[in-house]
Ligand binder design. Sequence first.
Ligand code: PEP
Ligand code: MG
Length: 602
Amino acid sequence: MTPTHDRTSNQMMKQWRGLGVSPGIGIGWIVRMSARGERVFRFRLNPSQVEHEVKRLTEAIDKTRQQLLQIKSKLEQTLGSAHAYILDAHLLMLEDRQLVEEIRTLIRYELVNAEWAVKTVTDRILASYAEIKDEYLCERGSDVRDVMDRLTAMLRGDHPPQGLPQQTILVAQHILPSIMAELDVESVVGLVAQAGGRTSHAAIIARSLGIPAVVGIDQYEEIEAGAAAIIDGQSGLLILHPTDETVRQYQHRQTERERLWSFMQARAQLPAQTCDGIRITLRANIELPSECNMLAHYSAQGIGLFRTQYLFLSRAADELPSEEEQFNVYRQLAQACGTDGVGIRTFDWAETGVAQSGRELEINPALGLRAIRFSLQARDVFRTQLRAILRAACYGSVRVVLPLVSTITELRQARQILQQAAQELTAEGVAHQDNVPIGVMIEVPAAVMIADVLAAESDFFSLGTNDLIQYLLAVDRDNTQVAYLYKALHPALLRAIKQTVDAATHANIPVEVCGEMASDPLHALVLIGLGVRSLSMAPKFIPFIKDIIRCVDAATLQQTVKRALNLSSTEQVEALLHEEWHPFMQMWSEQTPSEWAQIEQA
Ligand code: PEP
Ligand code: MG
């Protein structure tokens, strides 16, 4: 189906530019998500769908009532009838004719889906309670929210983003990583948000899933549900009510792009070797275990980074994955990677929306109790994870990657807990590997400064440039307002990477870059020029990066980067790279597949 110019709405085409954080073109229709991030979507109904929607509401109310009656009888059995009366208030609310009629009216006359109508009525009731400032009514307010949330969950069958219309362009204030993991990928062709940055985890997952995404659209509130739209995740453009001609132009670009991707894809088996014979290892970053199916497809040499915190998504706050569950996932990855190996990064909760196991909310979570700091405090959680990793290591080559290390003590303590976990498994007679390599992520300036100290006791380095840029330049990676300062080519970062690579080379340990820099063609060349020989990225980008690697000379890259290291500003570095590499990059990116193949052969 092709969105055509929205003639019925008589709307003029308009466009907004934000920050493109996941490339690609999406052509579809807008679906809005509620601003509070409660995962309530707003669809625009066709008049012919209205009665079906009203029926869906009636059925959901019925089922919710059944559910409440069951809970009530269970409560009566366990706590006695004195406590079960609370449920009566909820049941009464569902039977309140006026309230139900108000929801039906919204569906019929505003043409909105039932979930949105429920949310609108709930918001209205809560707002009027809040105005009265009465403690008793405040309590009643939480009853209203409770019963309405239950009804909404029933309406959406507890799979919020499932069942989205085909060719959905999802609009929200903030797209949480948990939402990304639950998305019905087949239906979503684009994501638009006000908040976020290129290295936010939602953007990282969008890139892995190949969904175009644009953030920094401040006018997101003005975007109507149901509007035809185009999103260009490369240039950061959102076009509303496109004309037929604009749709045709973008469809053409989409086809060209797909042709280029399949061309690159077909050559993914070729080696990643520079013209002067330097081999570069290209690995995959993955967030979801299902992504390991892509390894062979994109010719990844194993997994550089598995972000294990995604095992927590869609779970209750205090529900942690058991050792057995983790073991099964890690074993699957170890088997899929064989001797190429998998780097399993221990838990790193960096964002809201990921289960926080009952932790208090922090004012500044990026500098708070996350990653290795959390693991060393929640020892049981850490030990369980390490036991699962050691067991999985029987099925392939597994490495333990420690995030956010800033002191040598953290590395030593982690190693000690790993050894204890191995001893426990031995005592219990459980099959495992004792000698699993353990390495640190270099993603905090302090780790760069003591890279020599860490290298002496680390089996490898994994350079996390996403966080390193954030902490080195003091720029929140999720904040669109300061995104202009988030620069991978800042001389401070280049020097930090050089210092890290030198320390690793001196200690004779490998260093791999697993931040998003690795998947950007220009940045990947800079990294090779800085001496990095292993890059890990979303699998989809591997064929592209391989292709560019096959066209360059590592020695030449090194010479240019050496000059860049002596420059004093990002602008100067950019100008130098532009002068030296622009004609080549231009040629590389603009060739059609067949022309490109000829140039490469020449
Ligand atoms: C990084 O910081 O570069 C990294 C790879 O880790 P994450 O993006 O998960 O913080
Ligand atoms: Mg990080």
